[in-house]
Write a protein that binds this ligand. Structure first.
Ligand SMILES: [Fe+2]
Length: 391
């Protein structure tokens, strides 16, 4: 384990009673159930307070100061590059407010602004949102956050505020390892993802459906085009102006286009997005399977909407398929094997209350298992300094 993290950093003076002594805080690695090793690196790197630090019961401000130190000297960023996920247990955190206080200590560049939310998520406090308000009967497939668009965060914090009676883990996998596995086991799939459409300078095509806010199905769908993209819409704007404003945001922020399906509620929006399915990370030169292909396929399969017109059976809305860059369909058997490999290389975060996982979204995919009971996982999304190579 990194000597840098294990080394002590003077983290200030406790606020009460011990004004003459310096409190030393240090993290120590520990083995967490299900932890994997990828190219010799723990996945995730699990950290807790050392025994001595734990005895001192440091306050949240003292822990924050220590993390700031580890951010300033580059330790946090380098460990995230090396391991993909930093998993903290035993920090003095209980609520979203606590996380909000702590989160900027990690020194990431700025909070990520979400554009095109297509899930049920709401703001809790500064920097902090609910991860997903989908019911526990629904599992999620692996994806990199917002990889279906060209506007995605680099860092995702997950914080376990409340653990349900059963299930509700957050599965994580290395999307670099996933790329390596796919290249070995499904080389044709990888080649087609990269090559089909390339002569036209087109990448994989994602299509996503957004109802109008006035569609009676919209509340059940959980999102709509006005709330997800209509930041510049003003009261009194004609439908034509509203559509033009949505198209401008899509074009300028996400390099996406809009297809409108007329209906009596103001039109259904299909966002058409060309995105690479595989990207190269600038800092490491490694290839990352960075997309949400299995979720798009898996959700459509589950809702019986794999075939045109892709209407969800027994539920609201549409699940539109992704296709290769030339518009041809991606075979089901590739999707099926992709999902199997993802399950084979997954680590399931065994949440306890107060746990925090800091995830490098460029190199790690996440999902969610079903659960029974009351679950609260909060997220915080950040932009930072790494990038993908423009190809
Ligand atoms: Fe997500």
């Amino acid at each position: 384990m990194s000597a840098t993290v294990a080394s002590s950093v003077a983290a200030g003076v406790p606020s009460s009673g011990h004004t003459s002594s310096i409190l030393i805080i240090e993290f120590t690695p520990f083995a967490v159930e299900g932890q994997r090793s990828i190219d010799g690196n723990a996945f995730p790197l699990a950290l807790k307070l050392s025994e001595a630090s734990e005895k001192a019961a440091p306050s949240l401000p003292a822990v924050k100061e220590h993390i700031q130190e580890l951010a300033r000297d580059g330790t946090i960023r380098s460990l995230l590059n090396q391991h993909g996920v930093l998993f903290f247990r035993g920090l003095p955190l209980k609520t979203g407010e606590d996380l909000s206080f702590l989160v900027d200590a990690f020194g990431f560049r700025e909070e990520h602004q979400e554009i095109g939310l297509s899930g049920a998520r709401s703001s809790v406090t500064k920097y902090i949102k609910t991860a997903s308000e989908l019911p526990g009967t629904v599992s999620m497939h692996f994806h990199n956050e917002y990889a279906r668009t060209n506007h995605f965060p680099e860092i995702v914090f997950f914080f376990s505020e409340r653990v349900p009676e059963q299930g509700g883990q957050t599965p994580l996998l290395s999307s670099v390892e996933l790329y390596d596995r796919l290249e070995k086991e499904l080389p044709e799939f990888v080649k087609e993802l990269e090559e089909k459409g390339k002569s036209l300078h087109l990448c994989v095509i994602g299509r996503q459906y957004y109802p109008s806010k006035h569609d009676p199905e919209a509340p059940a769908v959980g999102y709509n085009w006005q709330d997800s993209y209509g930041f510049n819409i003003k009261e009194g704007d004609s439908l034509e102006v509203q559509h033009a404003k949505i198209e401008k945001i899509l074009r300028e922020e996400n390099q996406a286009t809009a297809e409108w399906q007329p209906d009596e509620y103001g039109g259904r929006l299909h966002v058409v997005q060309h995105v690479p399915a595989i990207r190269t990370i600038r800092s490491s030169g490694k290839r990352s399977f960075f997309n949400g292909l299995s979720g798009v396929y898996g959700n459509a399969k589950r809702s019986g909407s794999l075939l045109p017109p892709h209407k969800v059976q027994n539920g609201p809305g549409y699940k539109l398929p992704s296709s290769y860059g030339d518009g041809s369909p991606i075979p089901d058997e590739y999707h099926e094997r992709l999902i199997e490999i993802q399950d084979e290389i997954a680590f399931l975060v065994p949440w306890q209350e107060g746990d925090v996982a800091v995830v490098n979204n460029y190199t790690v995919q996440h999902s969610r298992t079903k659960f029974v009971g009351n679950r609260s996982v909060l997220v915080s999304l950040w932009d930072d300094i790494d990038d993908f190579v423009r190809e």
